[in-house]
Design a protein around this ligand. Structure first.
Ligand code: PLP
Length: 388
């Protein structure tokens, strides 16, 4: 059976060209980039090339890019690094209820260490209101962290508006752009952000590598202490092949992103339309227009999302109930609950995220397989009899 992969927001396959670009940095140019002989300096120059590519994609200077072990570390670095470097200015941090766990758990950690957190609500489509941000800023506020696009529902937040508010108030702004970089145009100056998180494995690069953009002049402390790598901002011998892979992924994105987004929007809308036509009592979660080109998130009433997923898996279709991290626990998504989706509908949520290799045939296959699966589960569901 041919597998149909529709979980690109959880991770993407590594692009074959990325793998090809990485291989020489395991086999030939395996030197330590801090070493002065040729095979070390080859590795060093490959890292610097990747840094330029990443910076170019987001309109930054290469010195403003620090490579990390992924999106999670970039988020931790941004929040903890800025919090601990600016304690003398204040202890208040603003974020939202729909952030990724990499941000939310870091906020909890900071809260336990004396920082004061404000978690802004979102509207029924998952949008943060910039006026809310403005309203809660105090003279103790040091940082605002709002994700650029949500990984579960695909809603794209008004970061540029929040950027203007942050700038006016003299408060740092961080955005988790893991779901947007390499997929839609991202420019740190247009957005007005001071810190921005990137992860390679969400844009056809390898897992275990990412980057944090840090605007020049931002007060931040390091989390990793040791050697002088990354201009002394992130100790540890660089993961050279992975960084080269991220560079290659970014280079491919620069070239292919806009055409790919156009195709994905068509496939996305085809799947949304088909699901709405073929399944009763279903609703689209997230913003109808301001959403990622590849994201479909629906709540199917009277079924458990997990049961649907297992049945889809038997048909070779990989999808998700929301975020990859929360799926093994049967906890309903914190994002859907924040939108005001009733608990039972949050439990019946399904996320399909499309990518570079998604075809129209695959979308048609989902539209063929899913309605009978839902009908079968509903026929067995006690929820249906109770509510109908
Ligand atoms: C995947 C993801 C992360 C975590 O990135 P890793 O590289 O897996 O650590 C952070 N934020 C968002 C929005 C994500 O989708």
């Amino acid at each position: 059976m041919k597998r149909i992969y529709l979980d690109y927001a959880a991770t993407t396959p590594t692009h074959p060209e990325v793998v090809k670009a990485m291989v020489p940095y395991f086999t030939e140019a395996f030197g330590n980039p801090s070493s002065l002989y040729v095979c070390g300096q080859e590795a060093k120059s490959a890292i610097e090339q990747a840094r330029v590519l990443v910076a170019d994609l987001i309109g930054a200077e290469s010195e403003e890019i620090v490579f990390t072990s992924g999106g999670t570390e970039a988020d931790n670095f941004a929040l903890e690094g800025v919090a601990f470097a600016n304690e003398d200015r204040g202890n208040h941090i603003i974020t939202t209820t729909i952030e990724h766990h990499a941000v939310l758990e870091t906020c909890k950690f900071l809260e336990a260490r004396g920082f004061s957190l404000t978690y802004l609500p979102v509207d029924e489509h998952g949008l943060v209101d910039p006026e809310d941000v403005k309203r809660v800023i105090t003279d103790k506020t040091i940082l605002i962290s709002v994700m650029q696009a949500n990984n579960e529902i695909g809603t794209i937040e008004p970061i540029a508006e929040i950027g203007r508010i942050a700038k006016e108030a003299g408060v740092y702004l961080h955005t988790d752009a893991v779901q947007t970089v390499g997929h839609v145009p991202v420019d740190v100056n247009e957005l007005g952000v001071d810190l921005l998180s990137i992860s390679a494995h969400k844009l056809y690069g390898p897992k275990g590598v990412g980057a944090l953009y840090i605007r020049k002049g931002t007060r931040i402390v390091s989390l990793m202490h040791g050697g002088e790598q990354e201009q002394g901002r992130r100790a540890s011998t660089e993961n050279v092949p992975a960084i080269v892979g991220l560079g290659k992924a970014v280079e491919l994105a620069q070239r292919e992103m806009s055409e790919e987004a156009g195709q994905l929007v068509n496939l996305r809308d085809q799947l949304i339309k088909g699901l709405m036509e073929r399944i009763d009592d279903i609703r689209l979660n997230g913003h109808p227009q301001r959403r990622l080109p590849n994201n479909i998130n629906v709540s199917v009433k009277f079924v458990e999302g997990e049961a649907v997923l297992l049945n889809l898996d038997l048909e070779g279709i990989c999808a998700s109930t929301g975020s990859a991290c929360s799926s093994p626990s049967a906890e309903p998504s914190h994002v859907l609950l924040a939108l005001g989706v009733p608990l039972e509908q949050a439990r019946g949520s399904l996320r399909f995220t499309l990518g570079k290799w998604t075809s129209e045939e695959e979308i048609e296959r989902v539209l063929e397989v899913l309605p009978p699966v839902v009908a079968r589960l509903r026929a067995m569901s006690p929820l249906v009899k109770r509510e109908r």
